[in-house]
Design a protein around this ligand. Structure first.
Ligand SMILES: NC(=O)c1ccc[n+]([C@@H]2O[C@H](COP(=O)([O-])OP(=O)(O)OC[C@H]3O[C@@H](n4cnc5c(N)ncnc54)[C@H](OP(=O)(O)O)[C@@H]3O)[C@@H](O)[C@H]2O)c1
Length: 250
């Protein structure tokens, strides 16, 4: 019998989450009932929202309950199906959580979605063509609305959302400037993702120094800003915006 390895949230982190907040458990893989699908996970997404869910208190979504499998987006393969729309071998996207298998009620709206891997790798459904990519696309095309020739700045530029925003911005004809932490991330942003420039904010001790680097990278000011991080980075970019600049906050 296959074993379902599960990662359980045991306690609520204070500050950064640590391994002590979690516990690994092994459970039997459940037998499915009518309408259900058994999925073996191949990819799990780790996203910033998860840290917020580990807290209790008022939020836009319910807190992750203690002593249960940690929530998370997954891509996997159907192992067994008792639902007519799904067959063993189908690649599916869902919220299977931090475990190797999940049982999904396929009649629940939005619980599971069949996807094609003929043109897009399965993992991309958790990234560029999944929730982060759609977030980037929405903010860029519906809020930033950059025109060709304008300057677009993107913070957390090497991340799941920022990497998509910058590449879309380039395809729209913009000058795209990323902000990321560290020389290696900036190299990735310019050389692999194709941004025009990238500022390593960790190389700048204060906002004056960061502003100087941003000014050099944005000689015509900032027309659109995709904001992912807040704090000193956001304040510095705001000081460089042109009249009628648009700002999307993720
Ligand atoms: N509204 C929505 O529906 C929605 C959906 C998806 C994501 N989001 C939000 O979008 C943002 C980006 O998400 P993502 O999935 O792209 O995240 P990600 O891939 O995990 O990247 C996050 C990056 O942010 C940077 N960062 C973290 N703390 C920072 C700080 N204090 N100052 C400066 N940079 C910091 C880090 O990059 P560096 O090492 O380069 O600093 C980190 O790698 C997050 O705020 C997330 O909550 C919103």
């Amino acid at each position: 019998m296959p074993i379902n390895q599960q990662i359980i949230l045991k306690s609520r982190p204070q500050g950064k989450a640590t391994v002590d907040n979690f516990e690994m458990r092994e459970a039997a893989v459940p037998v499915i009932k009518a309408g259900q699908v058994l999925v073996r996970h191949q990819f799990l997404s780790l996203d910033p929202y998860m840290r917020g869910r580990m807290n209790e208190g008022k939020s836009y979504a319910a807190a992750q309950p203690l002593d249960s499998v940690m929530i998370g987006g997954t891509v996997g393969v159907v192992e067994a199906s008792a639902h007519e729309n799904f067959q063993p071998g189908d690649t599916v996207v869902g919220m299977g959580g931090w475990q190797t298998y999940s049982v999904v009620d396929a009649n629940e709206p939005g619980a599971i979605r069949k996807v094609s891997t003929s043109h897009v790798p399965a993992s991309a459904y958790l990234g560029p063509v999944g929730m982060p990519g759609v977030t980037g696309w929405m903010g860029l095309t519906q809020i930033c609305k950059p025109k060709a020739g304008e300057t677009l700045v993107v913070s957390a530029a090497s991340g799941a959302v920022g990497s998509v925003v910058g590449q879309l911005g380039k395809s729209m004809g913009c000058r795209v400037v990323g902000i990321a932490g560290g020389a290696e991330k900036c190299r990735y942003v310019t050389q692999d993702l194709g941004f025009d420039a990238c500022i390593d904010y960790k190389a700048h001790a204060d906002s004056k120094s960061l502003y100087g680097a941003l000014k050099a990278a944005t000689p015509d000011g900032v027309d659109a800003y995709f904001e992912n991080v807040g704090g000193i980075i956001m304040d510095t970019v705001l000081a460089r915006t042109n009249p009628f600049a648009r700002i999307a906050t993720a």
